[in-house]
Ligand binder design. Structure first.
Ligand code: FES
Length: 196
């Protein structure tokens, strides 16, 4: 497939094209281009000593935030989420770079290292495509891949979000989950896979 790295078409997950890139997308592209998660805001604040648990809430929720349980997710239906700080009672949604995609998939189809990062059959990855930072949120059940509709990169979520097609050159960074009671939470050791 042709590499569209310099493609200037508008994309999903942002409101402007490359000639008028909105600030949140510029930040996300910068994070992706670094090839590292060090620039993800919620990870850097956690590293500064915020030890409260980070649960997960629907990225579209504006109030009445409800932490997610595995049973809230239908198998094969991705959901965009933000980490939710139990200490402040607020989602860490100040940046697109904090957005994750979670999906519940059959555990017996996961590679061992991927399964080890799941909880209740749920996997969590950065929702920003490692090509040009569009949101990645569509599951193709037949191919068992997550696809980015900007330039058609496909990621195998059952095996660490490895790239199986398209111009993206790195996996989606992954986050290890655990259960806190009945709720999904990001483990302190996340990320387990830096997407490199
Ligand atoms: S942003 Fe280009 S494939 Fe996702």
């Amino acid at each position: 497939m042709q590499d569209n790295t310099n493609n200037s078409s508008p994309c999903c997950g942002c409101k402007a094209n490359q000639s008028g890139v909105d600030p949140s997308r510029r930040e996300a592209i910068k994070m992706v281009s670094l090839g590292s998660l060090s620039a993800i805001p919620f990870l850097s604040t956690t590293a500064k000593g915020q030890s409260a648990s980070l649960l997960l809430v629907d990225a579209d929720a504006e109030q009445d935030f409800k932490p997610l349980r595995p049973s809230d997710l239908a198998i094969g239906k991705p959901l965009l989420v933000f980490p939710f700080d139990t200490k402040t009672g607020a989602p860490k949604n100040e940046s697109r770079a904090n957005k994750l995609v979670v999906i519940r998939l059959p555990e017996d189809q996961m590679e061992a290292a991927t399964k080890a990062r799941s909880a209740g059959g749920v996997l969590a990855y950065s929702a920003l495509c490692t090509h040009q930072a569009c949101d990645v949120k569509t599951w193709l059940a037949k191919e068992k891949v997550l696809v980015c509709f900007c330039h058609a990169s496909k990621f195998n979520l059952l095996d660490g979000a490895k790239v199986v097609d398209g111009p993206a050159s790195r996996p989606l960074p992954s986050f290890a989950l655990k259960l806190e009671g009945e709720f999904l939470a990001i483990t302190p050791s996340s990320p387990a896979n830096q997407g490199s």
